[in-house]
Design a protein around this ligand. Sequence first.
Ligand code: 5CA
Ligand code: ZN
Length: 430
Amino acid sequence: MQSWPAPEVPRLPGRGPSGQVRDTASGGLHTLDLTRPVRMYVCGITPYDAAHLGHAFTYLTYDLLGRAVRDAGGEVVYVQNVTDVDDPLLERADRDGIDWRALAATEIERYRHDMAALRMIPPAEYIGVVEAIPLIIEMISGLAERGAVYSVEGDLYFPVALADRFGEVSHLTHAAMTESCVANGGDPGRPGKKDPVDPLLWRAHRPGEPSWPSPFGPGRPGWHIECAAIAGRYLGDTIDVQGGGTDLIFPHHEASAAHAEVATGAAPFARAYVHTGLVGLDGHKMSKSRGNLEFVSRLRTRGVDPAAIRLALLGHHHAEDWEWNAGELEAATARLARWRRAVAAPAGPPATALLDEVRGRLAADLDAPGALAAVDRWVDLALSPGAAPGTSALSPPSDGGSVGTAAGAPRLVEETVDALLGVDLSPEEG
Ligand code: 5CA
Ligand code: ZN
């Protein structure tokens, strides 16, 4: 599937440090190994509605990670999926009387525009479930060969009892897993299942539902197997980073890791499970099913500068749960205007220390708010009354000269903010 156009990323002088990210499975910080390409798989949208700010916050996290790795001289191989066939999509298409394929195509197109507007670096491979059906069938067949598939009235399940490491991503008790399955579209109560939390691999054809032929009869994939199969095919065994919101820790990431580990015999599925906090509105997780949403596309239509949206999201640490409100955007718009004013001058306070600081903040588990605070400090100096070119608020010149002021420093700040934070400080068009 086609992704979206890549933003230009300026090359900065020198190199950033290799960074660390919090790994949900170990609970500790994971140091990325930049001697090899960093292979990153991020769970993509289910395209039955427009992307909201929670989605954008999640994709921003891995965009920052990719920028930091590249700036540190590393290589990133980034894969993202699209769940273009699943219950919520089919239900919404049914409700609205439209073809599920048409609904998916419309929303994927909107998502592409949102991601490009937000300057998200596109994945190298953007893969839909429909196009991945052969890979999924292959992986289920492999699991069957290993005895890791059983049928309940023609629907195929995966026995978690065969996955030694099941539970090592989420660390939930069995009771909590069962409860989470109920909340996340699972079917723990179904008679005939060996374990209530056993995930569905293949759903046999039902009248009115799309299906594909397979050695185990016509049907469609369960949810978790798609990510195991796509990650395995495009990234290989033992990837570096599995990404997505914390809502996916269980059952989704636990189950897809278990599928992949049993199918390939390679463990762990991912060296780090990096999860993004959930963005809420009106006291609840922003979710398409709840309808408490602020859409990226709606803000764009209203004329909001995507750089301000991005800056608002960057104001929160990726692991934090937070609430969106109109004040977020107001504050970000004001900050963006100040930053743009500060970088418009030909000279300003020296900025090499700022570059180091932003790099350092991102290397420390993607501390975006810390990076913004560092830029704010530089901007405060640049805009302070005594900081006209030729003087400096940083270290007042004792000789009346230009100590503490550097020609081209604003340009370096602009490029730092662009390359590492993805925020475009060039004057707004139009
Ligand atoms: N297609 C599946 C993943 S394979 C899916 O979860 N789709 S989704 O459209 O529901 O979510 C897409 C991504 O956005 C997921 O990584 C999910 O964890 C994340 N996400 C969803 N809601 C929020 C939210 N309110 N805040 C932050 N991230 C969110
Ligand atoms: Zn996924």
